[in-house]
Ligand binder design. Structure first.
Ligand SMILES: [Zn+2]
Length: 163
């Protein structure tokens, strides 16, 4: 499970799921402070038993100043793959009163899927995330494949993620 929170500040770009969103304030942090991508990174590493995001990408490390969190996600995916795991499922929720996230969900999902090395086109036929976000601009569903419970039975090679 991944969880992340960043403060909103004036003068910062608001980037969620790798999408820059027009807004009076943005998330503050050492990197681009992409709260959704950070939660996914944290859950990927945690599900594989490889620690948390802070251990791999220390928040006070100058190398990550202004870094794209999607690049960090790609790096975390490599770390997880090296340990013998691959990601098969992500289910995420962004909690925010504003702005509306609905128009950006598709791009966010594609960005996260690319960072995780997931074949979104193949999985998107199921379109499960559409239902999970219907009617609520505050929720971001990024469910990309089969439910975790069925994967657990099938193989220990899989890592299921709930963010
Ligand atoms: Zn963060």
């Amino acid at each position: 499970m991944g969880y992340d929170v960043h403060p909103l500040r004036e003068g910062r770009a608001l980037i969620i799921g790798g999408v820059r969103i027009e807004h009076p304030t943005g998330l503050d942090g050492q990197s681009d402070a992409d709260v959704l991508t950070h939660a996914v990174i944290d859950s990927v590493l945690g599900a594989a038993g490889l620690g948390d995001i802070g251990a791999h990408f220390p928040p006070d490390d100058a190398r990550y100043r202004g870094a794209s969190s999607l690049d960090l996600l790609a790096e975390a995916t490599r770390v997880v793959a090296t340990a013998g795991y691959r990601v098969v499922n992500v289910d995420s929720t962004v909690v925010a009163q504003a702005p509306r996230l609905g128009p950006h969900l598709g791009e966010m999902t594609r960005n996260i899927a690319r960072g995780l090395g997931l074949d979104l086109n193949r999985r998107a036929r199921r379109r499960p995330h559409r239902r999970s976000v219907k009617g609520s601009p505050r929720n971001l569903g990024a469910r990309l494949s089969n439910p975790l419970r069925s994967l657990r039975r099938r193989s220990s090679d899989f890592v299921g993620i709930k963010t």
